[in-house]
Design a protein. Structure first.
Length: 265
């Protein structure tokens, strides 16, 4: 008989955002992945997409004047518009902190170029919480481009976990004129990789890839261009995926909603 690993009073999950950054290279779709520091509280040593939890500063109503496209994003996901804005700001902020990719534009609509050395200091200050997203926007004359994000999926950490996250995954295309780089603090390595290759390298043990990341990579199978991913995003299910871990015959198994077949953790 399966034993559900579920406590009587599960931890309430924290709102979080993750961004799958895409590019086309040699006519192949690639994603940008980061190796989390081995001492990280969550998924230490694993290859993941940039992301993190929503800060209280990400919820500041004043950000409404500094973010483009949140209304359309909320309309697609059915989220509360204020929460959607916080999730988008978190997604953009964390992607800049961890990967050095800034999904934003100048006040005049022109692309943001990060070749000025001052951007490195801004990135560090943001990561250290010396400044917040509002301060960064005002000091640099930028607007956050939530309209460059598309919702992809939503995962909730299993209820037995001591740390739980309600994570919205977004897809975005790598901005022209920027060069991604891990931060060497929370993340220690980075790579562009085809989704199928990342899965294969995870199965061989070359990369550590946790279950939600592997399933996300699998969800990109058959999509060869960034346009194809964006087209597919329009019809992606909005229902949260809450994996259920059980022990069967002494072995751990994962079950996904609506799927009677067990999956490898």
């Amino acid at each position: 008989m399966p034993d559900d690993l579920e406590p009587a009073e599960p931890i309430v999950p924290r709102d979080s955002s993750t961004v799958i950054v895409l590019r086309e290279a040699a006519d192949m779709l690639e994603v940008f992945m980061l190796e989390r520091h081995i001492k990280s509280d969550f998924a230490g040593g694993a290859y993941v997409f940039p992301g993190g939890t929503v800060d209280e500063a990400d919820r500041d109503p004043a950000l409404a004047r500094l973010v483009d496209g949140c209304e359309a994003l909320a309309a697609r996901t059915g989220e509360d518009p204020d929460l959607e804005r916080a999730l988008a700001v978190c997604a953009i902020r964390e992607t800049f902190e961890e990967a050095g990719i800034l999904l934003a534009r100048r006040d005049d609509g022109s692309p943001v170029q990060l070749d000025d050395p001052g951007w490195r200091d801004k990135r560090t200050a943001l990561a250290n919480r010396d400044i917040d997203a509002i301060t960064l926007a005002k000091e640099t004359g930028i607007r956050y481009a939530a309209d460059l994000l598309r919702f992809w999926q939503r995962w909730v950490t299993p209820i037995f976990a001591p740390r739980r996250y309600d994570t919205r995954f977004f897809v975005a295309v790598m901005p022209e004129g920027q060069s991604p780089l891990h931060d060497d603090v929370e993340t220690t390595a980075s790579t562009w990789v085809r989704p199928a290759d990342a899965i294969a390298r995870g199965r061989s043990g070359e990369l550590v890839i946790i279950f939600p990341t592997r399933k996300t990579l699998e969800s990109l199978a058959g999509l060869e261009t960034t346009n194809a991913v964006f087209d597919a995003a329009a019809s992606r299910p909005k229902t949260p995926v809450l994996p259920r871990f059980v022990v069967e015959d002494g072995e751990g198994r994962v079950y996904l909603p609506g799927d009677p077949n067990p999956h490898e953790p």
